[in-house]
Design a protein around this ligand. Structure first.
Ligand code: PGA
Length: 248
């Protein structure tokens, strides 16, 4: 398996001065990281981050991308525009967008396709709600979400990153156990394997209340290839500890 990948999802947090301080502390402490590292910032700050991260070990990510190539889509940001600012990754289908912006599996698949066409790696988020888990539907839900992306993107699927984020674990402090996470990651790996002979290249991240104390155990699971970190990515010391825990 390739190097692990640790991604910070800043969500709707940050400010010009706060971003500068956070990047300064991260760059100061990161040294030679044992894994790949990226931060996904609000789009308004991508230009700032593009400058701040230049020459650093931290790559830039966006939190979303339009499913359209360009034109009359007020408020949208295209993959080509993200590329102009050195964006390497784009989160697509985060559960908060599926929930609040009504994004469907098909929207998410289209967004992944736009990102790939622009040379940006989509980080495709999948995950079940608590009700779905309790109803025994976890496997069905995550497979349905991922299959839309596989269906539309064909052999390019080996170029994506997947993030398993159980909705009930996001921002709640209620992390999936390493065993619960590994079980779902193994299901996703099998699904990817059926779609491409390069399945081992696809990194499957875990996200949902990952923090400095639980990261090492989660990241030691066989099919967990990194993390997508929300709250704990806003504190440099915590994020650096998670990065250090992500040995290959
Ligand atoms: P959290 O968020 O780490 O704050 O739970 C993860 C995410 O939503 O990507």
């Amino acid at each position: 398996m390739s190097r692990k990948l640790i991604v910070g999802n800043w969500k709707m947090n940050g400010s010009l001065s706060g971003n500068e301080a956070l990047v300064r502390d991260l760059s100061g402490g990161i040294g030679e990281p044992v894994c790949d590292v990226a931060v996904c910032a609000p789009s308004i700050y991508l230009a700032q981050l593009h400058g701040l991260l230049e020459g650093s070990r931290i790559e830039l990510g966006a939190q979303d991308v339009s499913m359209h190539e360009g034109g009359a889509y007020t408020g949208e940001i295209s993959a080509g525009m993200l590329k102009d600012y050195g964006v390497r990754y784009a989160i697509v289908g985060h559960s908060e967008r599926r929930q609040h912006q009504g994004e469907s599996d098909v929207h998410v698949a289209l967004k992944a396709k736009r990102a790939l066409a622009a040379g940006i790696t989509p980080i495709v988020c999948v995950g079940e709600t608590l009700r779905e888990r309790e109803a025994g539907m976890t496997e069905f839900i995550v497979k349905r979400q991922l299959s839309a992306v596989i269906h539309l993107n064909g052999h390019c699927i080996s170029e994506i990153v997947v993030a398993y984020e159980p909705v009930w674990a996001i921002g709640t402090g209620q992390t999936a156990t390493p065993e619960q996470a590994q079980n779902v990651h193994a299901v996703l790996r099998t699904q990817i394997r059926a779609a491409t002979e390069h399945a081992d290249r696809v990194r499957i991240l875990y996200g949902g209340s990952m923090n400095a104390s639980n990261a090492a155990e989660l990241l030691s699971q066989r099919d967990i290839d990194g993390g997508l970190i929300g709250g704990a990515s806003l504190k440099a010391a915590d994020f650096l500890k998670i990065i250090a825990a992500a040995k290959a």
